[in-house]
Ligand binder design. Structure first.
Ligand code: ADP
Ligand code: MG
Length: 254
């Protein structure tokens, strides 16, 4: 039996006195798309950041493909991971943020080639060929030589997705990838994500795009105030939720 891609059990996180995650249980199987919804401040970004080793959890267990995040088990003991081990784990996880964070002084193609060449030691010709293929995949075949400032927000976000894919991740995390975009640019980005899901990528997507979550999500997870209020089939959770808190949230975003 293979371990789930993401397995969280009772995950806790606090910043000083503020408890942000109060025992999160969540499982994402390989090839699944899990959509995470919830009001601002409910802990969605923090949870994604924990998966990607950007925050340390304070309690519970969190594992990616059966490997604990932050710790290594040796016998009965847990040892903190070393920087190098964390870096190796993080290489398998792609992350796309609300803000595109492209390198402004590099072209679209160079942005995508950067990590494979500098981090993985790929040769430039291979990395360039890969970047071209990825640009085509995100619908930007003709934009390789353009700088971020010459691209629309939606195009920049698609380059950011291509850049994450260049490291051949097993898991993609999206944190409100369309929230900063003008409405007319949202569709192209969601289309790229939809295709990625159809190709079998495992994805955790924080989004307020209810339509996307309903169509593409295998599971929808509604979080509020650091807990999972309700989780299950998006066509149930987002259409006919059981919990009043989920219902109230949906009536605000729809
Ligand atoms: P969401 O993504 O659901 O809007 P976040 O995970 O960003 O929620 O934040 C949850 C809570 O944690 C918020 O109250 C936020 O202010 C707080 N928070 C997040 N990161 C930090 C941090 N580094 N230091 C202190 N508080 C933080
Ligand atoms: Mg957030």
């Amino acid at each position: 039996m293979t371990a789930p891609m993401v397995h969280a059990q009772g995950v806790r996180k606090h910043f000083g006195k503020l408890e942000v995650l109060k025992g999160i249980d969540l499982t994402v199987e390989r090839g699944e798309v899990c959509c995470l919804l919830g009001p601002s401040g409910s802990g969605k970004s923090t949870f994604l950041r924990c998966i990607n080793h950007l925050e340390k959890i304070d309690g519970g267990t969190l594992a990616v493909e059966g490997e604990l995040v932050g710790y290594r088990r040796r016998g009965a003991r847990l040892h903190e991971l070393r920087e190098k081990e964390i870096a190796a784990h993080r290489r398998d996880i792609g992350m796309v943020f609300q803000r595109f964070n492209l390198f402004p002084h590099l072209t679209a193609e160079q942005n995508i080639m950067e990590a494979p060449v500098r981090v993985s030691g790929a040769n430039t010709a291979d990395a360039r060929a890969d970047a071209r293929r990825l640009l085509k995949q995100v619908g930007l075949a003709d934009w390789a030589g353009h700088y971020p400032a010459q691209l629309s927000g939606g195009q920049q976000q698609r380059v950011a997705i291509a850049r994450a894919l260049a490291m051949k991740p097993k898991l993609m995390l999206f944190d409100e990838p369309t929230s900063a975009l003008d409405p007319e640019l949202v569709g192209d980005v969601l289309d790229v994500m939809r295709q990625l899901a159809a190709d079998g990528m495992t994805m955790v997507v924080v989004t307020h795009e209810i339509g996307f979550a309903r169509e593409v999500g295998d599971t929808a997870v509604f979080m509020d105030d650091g807990v999972v209020v309700e989780a299950g089939d998006p066509r149930q959770v987002l259409v006919d939720p059981e919990q009043e808190r989920t219902r109230a949230f949906l009536s605000k975003v729809l």
